[in-house]
Design a protein around this ligand. Sequence first.
Ligand SMILES: O=C(O)[C@H](O)[C@@H](O)[C@H](O)[C@H](O)COP(=O)(O)O
Length: 223
Amino acid sequence: MEFREYPDAEALFLALASQIAGELGQALRGAGTATIALPGGSTPGPLLDLLSDVDLDWMQVTVLPTDERWVPETDPRSNARLIRSRLLQGAAAGARLLPLYVPSLDPAAAAARLGADVSALLPLTTAVLGMGADMHTASLFPEADHLELALASDAPPVIDMTAPAAPEPRVTLSAGVLKGAMNLHLVILGADKRAALERAQGLPPELAPVRAVLDNATVHWAE
Ligand SMILES: O=C(O)[C@H](O)[C@@H](O)[C@H](O)[C@H](O)COP(=O)(O)O
C-alpha cells in the first residue's frame, strides 16, 4: 500500500485526475481501449468533473461503477446517475457506460447477467474506490450477506449484496476484480476515515473489507 497525503482535497483531485489521465492514455496507446471503475458517494464528484475535461479518446473508454445501489438512474442515489452527470459530459461524453442496475432483474439475476460483460473488461485499467468509516469499500460491507463470497479468490466478478449499513440492496464488483485493476486508487478525506484506514490495517477483510484491496492500492488522503 502506498499512502499519499495532500494539503487539501483540491490538490488531491487535481493530482489524481492527472494520474488517471495518464493511466487511461497509456492503455489507449497500447491496447487501444481502457476501462475505469468509479465509486459512488459524496467524495468523487470533483474528480469526475476534472476527468470529464481530459482530452482522451473517450470513445474507446468503458466506464462502470464499482458498485450500485439498487435504484433506477432517476433516483439521486444512483451511482450510474452520478457518473453520467459528472463524468460523461464535455470531452468524456462519448465514453461507454456499463451500468450495474438492470431494471428488469433483481440484484442476484443482474449480478449473474453482468458477470460476462465485466469479465470481458478485465483487468480494469483503473479502479477508484472510496471507503466508509465502517471500513467498507464499494459495496463490500461488514456483516453483508455475500461478503465471504465477494472476498473469495474464485468469486464471480459481480455479486449482489445486502448489508445492515446499506440503505438498499446493492450490486458490487468483487474484491478480486477491484484489486486486479492495473491501477487501484483509494480516495479518502478527513480524520475519521484516516483513523478507519489505520484500524483496517490491523483487521481481517471479514471485519474490514477495505483490507482486501489495500495491498494493491495507492491511498490518496487529505484532511
Ligand atoms: O456506492 C457507494 O456509496 C460507494 O461506492 C461507497 O463504497 C462509497 O465509496 C463509500 O460509502 C464512501 O462514501 P462517501 O464518499 O460518501 O463518504
